[in-house]
Each structure stands twice: as C-alpha cells, then as structure tokens.
Design a protein. Structure first.
Length: 200
C-alpha cells in the first residue's frame, strides 16, 4: 500500500471538491493534495489545508498579511500546509518537510520526502498531532469549531498545560499572531529569565 493511501484511509473526505492539480501545490506535496484536496485526520487533530483560494486554504494561510508578517526571519521558501491540534505547523519546501513551533520559531526537519513525512505522522501520530488530547477534549466539549485549534491561556513555552481541561478552542489566525507576539518578546531572553508579556 502506498503511503498516501495509508493516511488517506484514516482521513476525512476532501475539504474542497475542486481538483488541486495545477493550482500551485508544492511539487513534493502534489501526490497527496491531488489525491485529496485537504482533509482532517486523527479525529481532527491533524488538519491538512486544501488548495483553491479563499479563507482557510493553503494560499490564504501563507499570505504574508494573515500571520507570516508577524515573524521577521521566516524563510520565504516554506509553504505551511498542515497543523496539529495545537496549531503547531508543518511546512514543505523544495528540500523536504519540516515542523514549525510558532512559540519559538524553531524549524525541525522531518523528512526529505512525502512518504517520509506520512510515515512519521502515522508512526508518531500522538506526539505529532496531539491525537489523545484532541480525543479527550472533543469527548468533553464536542467537535473543535471550524477554523480553530486548541491552546492554553498561558503559552506552552511559558509553562502552559497540555491537559485537555486547560485548553480552549482559539481562531487559527488570532492564535498564530498571538504566538508571534510572544516569540518576538522572548526571543532574545536567556533560559530561566522572568517574563512579562505585553499584549497590544
């Protein structure tokens, strides 16, 4: 069985009906998005954004004015195409696939191929997507609202809790910009420094 078939076999229906072929999908990602144009997996813990334009799509999400302009040194060649349940992101460029921590702006290389990324998501799904917490939260609160991810009141990097009871659904753009604000205020502080966060 192909890796794409393995992950699509446990995923939702396509989030967009339109065929994504020829709409600017990065070459490494095309086999997945052409096969299914956006989807949820692991009980909505993983969101793979669709292509085709409009709010919620990958083109919209990667527009500078949505959230990317909040980070000064974000590599321009990255396309952010998926998120875990907490809004921590996955990106692709011509060289491979990465995870992105929006609270620290750290990029971690996962694989140089789509098959490698899918294998990582399937084998490390709980750590990679937050599946267990997503399941617990939705059992208590119902489905995660469209356009939202889960986050604590205190950012994880500042000691926020991963317990389902401490999380709330937050709009994705609001959450991404808030995390950029946190990052920009703590980026040059030494480990263990006391932090006083200003929210404009």
């Amino acid at each position: 069985m192909k890796e794409t078939d393995r992950i699509l076999g446990i995923s939702s229906a396509a989030l967009r009906d339109e065929n994504a072929e020829g709409v600017g999908v990065p070459s490494l990602l095309q086999p997945l998005i052409v096969a299914r144009n956006g989807f949820f997996a692991f009980e909505s813990a993983l969101l793979v954004r669709p292509w085709g334009g409009g709010r919620g799509t990958a083109e919209w999400w990667n527009s500078k004015e949505v959230w990317r302009d909040s980070y000064d040194e974000l590599p321009t060649g990255l396309t952010f195409f998926a998120e875990d349940v907490f809004g921590f992101q996955f990106a692709v460029d011509e060289g491979g696939f990465y995870s992105f921590d929006p609270e620290t702006a750290e990029l971690e290389r996962i694989s140089d191929s789509l098959d490698g990324w899918i294998d990582y998501m399937l084998s490390e799904y709980d750590e990679a997507t937050g599946y267990s917490i997503a399941h617990e939260w939705q059992s208590a609160n119902g489905p995660i609202p469209a356009g939202c991810r889960l986050a604590p009141a205190v950012p994880f990097v500042l000691g926020g809790s991963y317990d389902a009871d401490a999380l709330a659904a937050k709009p994705d753009v609001e959450l991404a910009r808030f995390r950029a604000t946190i990052f920009n205020q703590i980026r040059n502080l030494p480990d263990g420094a006391q932090v006083r966060i200003t929210i404009e």
